[in-house]
Design a protein around this ligand. Structure first.
Ligand code: PXP
Length: 237
């Protein structure tokens, strides 16, 4: 059964809407852990649209499970990560105008920069995961760059417009998981997963962790964060 990592970025999105202190992402992380989250994910974006530098300092101190810092390969962010030292860094692509992380990191096209970022983070004692599309070439490039962990972007499956497309993207993902496992990589997955589509993904053999944010925070508006996380844990198991 995959572990559940809860992404709390959108608690900070709501806070930034008014620029005050509420809602507090650190308290959200605490509640998520109480409800069974096995790690907490936060993305310090270069444009600081939700999570702020102070949040990751506090999260590093307060998280009792594991802190997975999502980040771009920009040297400024690597420097911050190396001083905060989260349990894990997940390298993602970042575009200023995107609403969310729209695709996986193109490791092959940014090979030298990714390889250097992995080296730097590992030297600081941080485990590194690469967020990539479920694609053989990306898996090979990730491994060549020194990654031992990858996270597959599940967005194409989650956003598929019809059952045929959904099946196609599900199979792509399943084959990519098998391939990556055969190469000896630890495999996680996430993006766009929700209460309706998560069970099928959770049943793919070899996925160790699912990282989920938006759907949980949305559900929390109706039922509270504790109940929303608990329900997601139940669905995964
Ligand atoms: N994993 C990674 C690497 C991500 O970038 C995101 C989005 O921030 C997620 C998981 C969670 O995606 P969602 O918010 O759609 O559940």
């Amino acid at each position: 059964m995959p572990r559940l990592g809860v992404n709390i970025d959108h608690v900070a999105t709501l806070r930034q809407a008014r620029g005050g202190n509420l809602p507090d992402p650190v308290y959200a992380a605490f509640l998520a852990e109480q409800a069974g989250a096995q790690s907490i994910v936060a993305h310090l974006r270069e444009d600081r649209r939700h999570i702020q530098d102070q949040d990751i300092k506090l999260l590093r101190k307060k998280i009792k499970t594991k802190f997975n810092l999502e980040m771009s390969i920009a040297p400024e962010i690597s420097k911050i990560a190396c001083s905060i030292k989260p349990y894990q860094a997940t390298l993602v692509p970042e575009k200023r105008k995107e609403l969310t992380t729209e695709g996986g990191l193109n490791v092959a096209a940014n090979f030298k920069i990714v390889e250097a970022a992995i080296k730097k983070l590992k030297a600081a004692g941080i485990r590194v995961s690469l967020f990539i599309d479920p694609d053989k070439d990306q898996v090979n490039a990730a491994q060549k760059a020194g990654a031992k962990i990858i996270e597959f972007h599940t967005g194409r499956y989650a956003l598929a417009k019809n059952p045929r497309q959904k099946e196609k993207f599900f199979n792509q993902l399943k084959h990519a998981v098998d391939y990556a496992r055969a190469q000896g990589l630890a495999v996680n997955a996430g993006h766009g997963l929700d209460y309706a589509n998560v069970r099928r993904i959770a049943q793919i053999q070899g996925i160790e962790e699912l990282n989920i944010g938006y759907s949980i925070i949305c559900k929390a508006l109706y039922v509270g964060l504790f109940a929303a996380v608990k329900e997601m844990r139940n669905l995964i198991s």
